[in-house]
Design a protein around this ligand. Sequence first.
Ligand SMILES: [Fe+2]
Length: 436
Amino acid sequence: MDKPLPEYFNRVGDLTDRLWTDKGRMTRAFPHVAAQALKEFPPYEHIAAHDVVQWVLGARELPRQHIEHKFGEPGIQVFVRPDFFIEVLFWLEGSPDIHQHGFSGVFYVLSGSSVHTEWAFKLNTQFDGNLRAGILRVLRTEYLGQGSYRSIGSGRDFIHSLSHLERPSVTIVVRTTGEPDAIPQWSYQKPGLAWNPFHRDECLSRQIDLLDMLFKVDRSQYVDAAICAIARPEMSPYGVFKILNGCFDKNDEDAFSRLLEATQQRERDLAEIFQDVFSNQARDRHLQIQRNVLREPGHRLALAILVDAPGRQAALELVHSKFPDAEPASVLGRLIGEMATVKSRGFPTLLSSFSDVDLLMIPEILASYRPDVIADKLGKKGIEASTERVRDCYDRVRCCSILRHLLDDSHSELRLPHSSTAPTSSHRKITIENRT
Ligand SMILES: [Fe+2]
């Protein structure tokens, strides 16, 4: 390893090591010292994503790789100490679940950009050691461009999700190796379920493998066996969730409703929570599948807004961050209209119930809902759109599970997204220091 690139990461790593030692190797100090090291040697001034590709492909030896650590598409460990490491993560389609961390550190956008959403979870019910119910809500959503960075706190004080826009988007993560008191690393499902994706139950895993086999061989046997498994008193609530989740992934609505019914007979409260969770998943699944066929960052931004933006204001702020010179409502409406025409195999196009004229009205409705003005404006462009038709389109947007939040102005507590430029602003500094 005699190239400038590992030397760069060695400089950042050695400085992080020294600064952390000065802080007594205290876990809570790590995000701050990692951010300091990145500020001392700003990555975007020293390296580019293709340098990492060239280095790794030409290397005879690399720092120790965490092969078992499947994160990133791929993730490359570029500096490793026993208690912390630096990695470069490439992202194509990956959009990690809403999750928390069993480690601390900083992530930095080296190239591409992302929509970053922070969440809060209020615990209501602990079903077992690996499944909890509560209320999940968006704290803030923001656009992160090249040079942006955010600290990562361990545990439930920092719950987040990221939707990457460019292919690839590349992030650098400087992080502790692990913090036992911050385990489990809960993942979250809307509107309020926390589950432990790292829980290993050998018996349950094999039971789910067998159910999968039965589904491929004989669907009715699968349904009967899964209902029996759910009804067994020994089956944990987490096990019931995993069985239902496996069924949901099979995209068999009838089988799923029968398994949900079995859950209801076992425990009504649990079934009601699962029903909400999987209804939300069904909505997001169609959107997530679109991610695999969309390549244009603007379309991916619109998709991220449909999935995670809590309301109209947040949506428009995200668009403004990415396209600062354009009128955000019109741009968002146009992007949604374009995205809605892209086909995913096996799924109807998004917004298939909206006509071409409807899709032309949506940008106007998002910009300012004045039916007569919109009808007049479209009429001047030769598009036949009466006031009544605009009203009808508005009513259908308001009832559409994918779009209706874009008309919701109630999330006024959301702040403007932070600047997407390099990490030099005082606001960014405060953000990082507050979290350490
Ligand atoms: Fe994360």
